[in-house]
Design a protein. Structure first.
Length: 515
């Protein structure tokens, strides 16, 4: 089965347009996960836009002192500026860039096969990939890893094949930008070192040094941040290397193998057959093992094949697991492009001669991803957040409810949040959405927010009796603190009615007269 060369341009453009449509489909309805991290980033970008330049990126959860790069803040700043703080505009912007990944998938596949059909398939598989669509609208620094990680391997392949003189610089810059996105992606150093050592006779030391320098340029803001703040990142790295992470440090070898299989299998499934995680994972490992083993003798044990090269890309995260990788949600970010390329080449190579099987394989992969996307994405980015129902659409309905019940009168709020006692999320939403739509913001009743982002909700006068208690989804919040918070509310206010917005609960209350 062959495609005419002139057709590939039309098909790749169609794949790109399809990718945009799929990624933009649910944004107007506010199907965007928006929790503390996203509100924090929104406030930080506001400070940046007001002239307070930033050097330190988002912190790495669970690792003291370690932070991602600051690039994400500068990237989304224009979208927040032109969108007047609306996260949906940021989602449109990020998902547009994410859709460009169809060109990356096509290019990587074409480099490895020199064939149009598998390259077009790879592009379409990426366009519809459930995981890639989820990442496209995920407002976090890690989402940039989907863009930059596959560029590392395009640059690396061109480098070891001596196909482009700028490839060492391109590889170094791409890896640096990937690390800016998610610091854990530094594990991609390992495949680079592996392939350069295999082809060391053809690799010039000068190119290695230039690539290293390019990497340092790409992470220069991270280096500057380390210098300015006393090298906290080095302490964080030593914390991980020393096995001080409680989750990783308490595991044995068999645990790491199990986690590796589960993480890899899940990522395979989310890109090939997300309807069934187990079957999708088995299918992914089968493709990987079968295609490599079946051709090992045919190609006279040549080490560089599309199978081995992509395997080094997809499986590289194994090296990070003993060093805190077990509890990093975005450890495999960017691997989806490699999986899309592997799947596209596999289907083309083994099924293209039988039109029925070929069509069935494509329908199974793309159809399952479409179904999963339209089933899940209405609820936001469901495979990542810890608090699944903190979705912008539900949050805005909750805020509308408080204003409607207040009927234009001043009111106060209290919140039960994760992180505990931090009102950053609701402060952002009331300042952006509530103030813009209703002309005023509520007062705050609760622990002081001094030192936290969004500390501008004032203390209510004694004559303000309208009060609302907003309860975020409580999984992850210790039950004792839930009980304490509800007891505090009952001690100072009386319940009028309760309204649920998914798992977000808003209680309309009236403050007790203590005169």
């Amino acid at each position: 089965m062959r495609l005419q060369n002139y057709s590939k341009y039309l098909l790749i453009i169609i794949a790109f347009l399809v990718a945009i449509v799929v990624r933009w489909w649910f944004i107007p309805g506010g199907a965007i996960s928006f929790a503390y991290d996203q509100a924090r980033d929104g406030f930080i970008v506001q400070e940046l836009l007001q002239g307070d330049l930033k050097l330190l990126g988002p912190s790495v959860s669970g690792v003291p002192g370690l932070a991602h790069g600051v690039l994400y803040y500068y990237l989304i700043a224009p979208a927040y500026y032109f969108g007047h703080g609306d996260p949906r505009i940021v989602a449109y912007f990020l998902s547009f860039i994410g859709a460009l990944g169809v060109f990356t998938a096509f290019s990587l596949s074409y480099l490895l096969t020199k064939k149009v059909l598998p390259s077009i398939l790879s592009a379409f598989i990426f366009a519809f990939s459930f995981e890639s669509v989820q990442y496209a609208n995920l407002l976090t620094n890690a989402s940039m890893g989907v863009w930059f990680t596959p560029l590392v391997y395009i640059g690396l392949y061109l480098w070891i094949k001596k196909a482009w003189k700028w490839s060492p610089i391109f590889t170094g810059l791409s890896l640096g930008l990937a690390v800016q996105s998610e610091v854990a992606l530094a594990y991609h150093f390992a495949p680079i070192i592996f392939w350069l050592s295999i082809f060391r006779k053809e690799i010039k030391l000068k190119d290695v040094l230039i690539s290293g320098l390019s990497f340092l340029v790409a992470v220069s803001t991270m280096i500057a941040s380390e210098v300015k703040f006393g090298f906290p990142g080095i302490k964080g790295v030593l914390y991980l290397l020393g096995g001080q992470d409680q989750i990783s440090g308490g595991k044995e070898l068999s645990d790491f193998i199990s986690i590796f299989l589960n993480q890899t299998g899940k990522t395979f499934a989310f890109n090939t057959f997300p309807l069934n995680i187990v079957f999708g994972g088995i299918m992914g490992f089968f493709m990987l093992i079968y295609s490599t083993a079946s051709e090992w003798g045919i190609i006279k044990k040549e080490i560089l094949t599309w199978q081995t090269f992509l395997a080094s890309y997809i499986l590289a995260h194994f090296l990070a697991l003993p060093f805190g990788g077990t509890n990093m949600r975005h450890l495999m970010v960017g691997a989806g492009v490699g999986i899309a390329v592997f799947t596209g080449i596999f289907i083309s190579k083994y099924f293209s001669k039988n039109k029925i099987i070929f069509a069935a394989a494509i329908l199974m992969v793309i159809g399952s991803n479409i179904y999963k996307t339209f089933k899940e994405n209405i609820n936001g980015q469901t495979i990542f957040p810890l608090q699944l129902d903190l979705v912008l659409s539900k949050e805005l309905k909750a805020i509308d409810y408080t204003y409607m019940k207040a009927d234009g009168k001043p009111f106060s709020i209290s919140t039960l949040t994760s992180p505990l006692h931090v009102n950053t999320l609701w402060s952002y939403l009331y300042n952006w959405y509530g103030k813009e739509k209703y002309g005023y913001i509520p007062y705050w009743v609760g622990r002081d927010q001094i030192g936290t982002l969004g500390n501008n909700l004032g203390t209510p006068p004694s004559n303000v009796t309208n009060h609302f208690f907003i309860i975020e989804p409580t999984y992850g919040i210790p039950e004792l603190w839930v009980t304490y918070a509800k007891g505090d509310q009952d001690s100072m206010s009386g319940l009028i009615e309760k309204e649920n917005f998914g798992e977000i609960v808003v209680e309309e209350r009236i403050m007790k007269n203590e005169k």
